[in-house]
Design a protein around this ligand. Structure first.
Ligand code: PGA
Length: 255
């Protein structure tokens, strides 16, 4: 049996889905099911335009509410962007950094990642730093190298004492929204590699960082993924959009 030293973290990333009323219904339902949040942490990453409303509904509950992206400066001529302080102002307490869709569709560059991670920490927003390899990179046996490079650059401005605020999500690009999940062996290998890398980077503080898996997580694979000692949580896209699929993932150990 797994003896957990880190609180399981189940996060839903809505991406550009749902509308205001369905978002609020979902938050109300999930909020009513997570108890006092002492045994697991649950959060939604919400389109920024709904953050204030979602935060208001989540208030008073342990449900976390986060932004899906942000820029790293506090103000300036950055049309269309959001400053970390703006996310905080509308009730977010966390943020995704470097999600694969930001990196690949919107061409966010590696050099921004350390600045974003630093800015999130400085604004007291708990980051989930997302990394992942493409199928081409995996097929060329470059997975570990690619992920280490993403870790090296993302963590460039992170100090050991910051580590416990950070979570890492391993999301293979080829498994996101495709219905294809990495095998348990692949997940276990990568998560162990990340943990080892973290020890080299932040020493003993590495123990405090939660490492989540993401990529086609569904009610029927959540339990097996969470049974791995190396997996501390799940970042869920499509299956987080409905209570019928998200609740069984949150309650993975009851299934
Ligand atoms: P998915 O998305 O669960 O729909 O594959 C995961 C993610 O991109 O965070």
């Amino acid at each position: 049996m797994t003896v957990r030293t880190r609180k399981p973290y189940i996060a839903g990333n809505w991406k550009m889905n749902l509308d205001r009323s369905r978002s609020l219904d979902l938050v109300k339902t999930v909020k009513g099911r997570i108890g006092d949040g002492s045994d697991r942490e649950v959060a939604f990453f919400v389109p920024s335009i709904y953050l204030a409303d979602v935060s208001a509904v989540a208030q008073g509950s342990p449900l976390g509410v986060g932004g899906q992206n942000m820029w790293y400066e506090d103000d300036g001529a950055c049309t269309g962007e959001l400053a970390p302080r703006m996310l905080r102002e509308v009730g977010a307490d966390r943020v995704l950094i470097g999600h694969s869709e930001r990196r690949h569709i919107f061409r966010e560059v590696e050099e921004w990642m350390p600045r974003k991670l630093r800015a999130a920490l400085d604004a007291d927003l708990q980051p989930i730093f997302c990394i992942g390899e493409t199928l081409t990179e995996r097929n060329a046996n470059r997975t570990d190298r690619v992920l280490k490079k993403q870790l090296e650059s993302g963590f460039d401005r992170v100090k050991p004492e910051d580590a416990h605020h950070i979570s890492i999500a391993y999301e293979p690009v080829w498994a996101i929204g495709t219905g294809e999940t990495a095998t348990l062996e692949q997940v276990d290998h990568v998560h162990a590699m990340i943990r080892k890398w973290l020890f080299g980077k932040v020493g003993g503080e590495a123990e405090t960082v939660r490492i989540l898996y993401g990529g086609s997580v569904k009610p029927d694979n959540a339990k097996a993924l969470m049974a791995l000692d190396t997996v501390d949580g799940l970042l869920v896209g499509g299956a987080s959009l409905q209570a019928e699929t998200f609740l069984p993932i949150i309650e993975y150990d009851a299934n």
